[in-house]
Write a protein that binds this ligand. Structure first.
Ligand SMILES: *Cc1c(COP(=O)(O)O)cnc(C)c1O
Length: 444
């Protein structure tokens, strides 16, 4: 167990991390990025301890994965128990109970009380691909509509669905066909202002799908209920619900990509619940298994069961150790009321960020829900000119001071806050104080 406090005993990164990084550069492809080149030795709750003995407050959760905290006791106990029983059979070859139990949990927890089925995969991208396969099969249609600023993964189909070229797509084409992109209802940057945003974006969406794709050719509309890598963009209120309703009218499968927003992060089990949206298919991943690789597609039984037997699957999908971890993580989310915790801490976080925004004009927008919030930085608050340079400097200043933050956004000018949902009030407060000092430093 790592004690829950921040402690710096060397520069960040320290000498042992630097030595490991030299090994990494010689052994690991340069194509794999490194946000902060420290090397982690142990982690608990909301603290990462590196190989030099520095303890950092974690505002990243491995990109919204360790929502139940690092080394959650229920996850650790279930994994330990499962790993000693068996580690793999391939669920398509011989079955085991933890896979079924995870699907039961997903069917119960995702929005709506209709009859549902689930299937398990290894990564968010793989699950998104499978959601598209299911939607195409069930509708007999080919086209898929995705949004500006979307992020859905890095495989060939999901690169096509992801909006941002650098670094996700640049040089990696040609991409999969039959993907169509429409504007997102992005209130801060909507040309006519946030009040018009939902209705105008919805009209544009309907018009573009009608004229450029055709409703009868459209298998699915794929949307993140709060966009993740694209900049924590919370669609204008009402937009997601209108899109979902319109899809239903036209027999189009509405897929919510809840890979980043899911599992209590936004203060609901799933972000779609915020506006009572009922997706036909929900894609989950990231926080589902407390750090073990697992992802899922959950949805209406008639869609999920439409596919021929053998059409879905994979060697490792729903690995028993990952399923055991998921059952532990979900148990912790229920037992510790992590939706409630995300709401409570989200209110604290919002108040602090709002007060910083009032003091520092570089903060153009504060947005998000629960413990999925962000600030968008601009060099000119009127022109809203993105400021990726200050964003990078701010992120680096946080890192130097023992706070692990992440950036995101199409323009690279967003700092996002994704602490484990089990973080203590004190550590959240301390992390925000480090952040504010870094903000003061880089804007001085
Ligand atoms: C991370 C992410 C994915 C891809 O998940 P991987 O496990 O990295 O393949 C897909 N969609 C969203 C919204 C994500 O945040």
């Amino acid at each position: 167990m790592v004690a829950q406090h921040r402690e710096l005993v060397s520069a960040i990164p320290g000498p042992r991390s630097a030595t490991l990084h030299e090994r990494r550069v010689r052994a690991v492809s340069a194509g794999v990025g490194a946000g902060l080149p420290i090397y982690v030795d142990e982690a608990s709750g909301a603290i990462l301890r590196d190989v030099d003995g520095n303890q950092l407050i974690d505002f990243a959760s491995g990109i919204a994965v360790t929502s139940v905290g690092h080394s959650d006791p229920r996850v650790v106990a279930r994994v330990r128990e499962q790993v000693e029983r068996f580690t793999h059979t391939c669920f398509m070859v011989t079955s085991y109970e933890p896979y079924v139990a995870v699907c039961e949990q997903l069917n119960e927890l995702t929005p709506g009380s209709h009859d549902k089925r689930s299937a398990l995969f290894n990564s968010g991208a793989e699950a998104v691909e499978n959601a598209v396969k299911i939607a195409r099969y069930a509708t007999g249609r080919g086209a898929v509509v995705a949004f500006d600023h979307a992020y859905h993964g890095r495989t060939n189909l999901t690169m096509a669905l992801t909006a941002k070229s650098m670094p996700y797509k640049s040089g990696f084409g040609p991409f999969a066909g039959e993907i169509y992109r429409v504007p997102m209802a992005y209130p801060y940057r909507w040309p006519t202002g946030p009040e018009q945003c939902a209705s105008e974006a919805f009209e544009t969406f309907v018009d573009m799908v009608h004229t450029q794709v055709g409703e009868l050719n459209t298998a699915a509309v794929l949307l993140e209920p709060i966009q993740g890598e694209g900049g924590f963009i919370e669609p204008a209120p009402g937009f997601v619900a209108r899109v979902a309703d319109w899809c239903r009218e036209h027999g189009i499968v509405f897929i919510a990509d809840e890979v980043q927003t899911g599992f209590c992060r936004t203060g609901d089990w799933f972000a779609s619940e915020h506006e009572n949206v009922l997706p036909d298919l929900v894609v989950t991943g990231k926080a589902i298994a407390g750090g073990l690789p697992l992802a899922a597609v959950t949805g209406r039984a008639e869609l999920m069961d439409a596919v021929h037997t053998g059409g879905l699957g994979g060697t490792y999908g729903g690995n028993p150790v990952a399923c055991a971890a998921a059952l532990g993580a979900i148990e912790t989310m229920r037992a510790e009321d992590l939706t409630g915790r995300a709401r409570t801490l989200g209110t604290v976080l919002r108040a602090r960020l709002d007060s910083m925004a009032a003091k520092y004009p570089v903060i153009g927008d504060v947005r998000g829900r629960g413990l999925m919030q962000a600030v968008e930085l601009v060099s000119d608050p009127v022109a809203k000119t993105p400021d990726p340079v200050t964003t990078a400097a701010l992120n680096a200043a946080c890192h130097r001071n023992g706070l692990l933050t992440l950036t995101c956004g199409t323009f690279g000018n967003v700092v996002r806050f994704l602490p484990p949902l089990v973080i203590s009030d004190e550590l959240l407060d301390e992390g925000l104080t480090v952040f504010e000092s870094a903000l003061a430093e880089v804007t001085a």
